[in-house]
Ligand binder design. Structure first.
Ligand SMILES: [Zn+2]
Length: 220
């Protein structure tokens, strides 16, 4: 009896029903990025058949475009108390993409030969910009809640916390303790000099600001 992979899909999240079925929420085929590196969380739901009683271990790997080698993402363990059983494995993934294009996520077992390949596409989004008309609208309607949008970030290296702010109006300066996103998209931690990559996060924020603004402008 050799365990084999059935199929697999990526989701934003999942939940479990009262009768132990797994529901995937928000199927992912495309990751939209506004800059690189781009960090994304996903949950892989993978069906596995012919499991042996006890634990079976394996690994999730990522293959980038043009790359020959695969990069390890995480390992997993599935446990069952009967032979010849099947299950849906729930595997949380922390993904880091450095470039756009087709990527492959692989699942392998440490002790058995079976491979599952899940393709996904990383798409680089157009950088959201605000037109003269849009900025003028925001200046005229200061009572409309249109940002600034702030985000809390901690340095991965030293855990120092920062608040970054994005504002449609470039002339509005953030208050003390709040930092504007750097033009280069890279911020050097003032405590430990680690580089914090912000382009993708800033792009996401600008994209939602742009959506909010065009909804409001359409409603006027
Ligand atoms: Zn730091």
């Amino acid at each position: 009896m050799k365990p084999t992979f059935g199929s697999g899909l990526l989701f934003d999240s999942y939940n479990e029903t009262a009768n132990k079925k797994i529901n995937g929420l928000g199927a992912i085929n495309i990751f939209r990025a506004w800059g690189f590196p781009s960090f994304r969380q996903a949950t892989a739901l993978i069906s596995i058949f012919n499991l042996r009683k006890g634990s079976t271990t394996g690994e999730i790997l990522l293959r980038k475009p043009h790359a020959i080698d695969k990069q390890s993402i995480t390992s997993f363990t599935v446990t069952t108390d009967s032979n010849n059983s099947c299950m849906t494995a729930v595997i949380p993934l922390s993904l880091k993409f450095n470039e756009k294009g087709r990527h492959f996520i692989y699942a392998i077992f440490h002790d058995y030969k079976s491979t599952l390949k899940i393709p996904c596409i990383v798409e680089l989004q157009k950088w959201p910009t605000f037109s003269q008309e849009e900025r003028q609208f925001v200046r005229k309607h200061r009572n409309i809640p249109l940002g600034p949008i702030r985000t809390n970030l901690t340095c991965q290296q030293c855990s120092h916390a920062y608040i970054f702010e994005e504002n449609i109006l470039e002339e509005v300066l953030p208050p003390g303790g709040v930092t504007r996103f750097p033009k280069s998209g890279e911020f050097e931690c003032t405590e430990c000099n680690e580089t914090i990559y912000l382009k993708d996060i800033q792009g996401q924020i600008r994209f939602s600001l742009k959506q909010m603004l065009s909804n409001i402008m359409r409603g006027q």
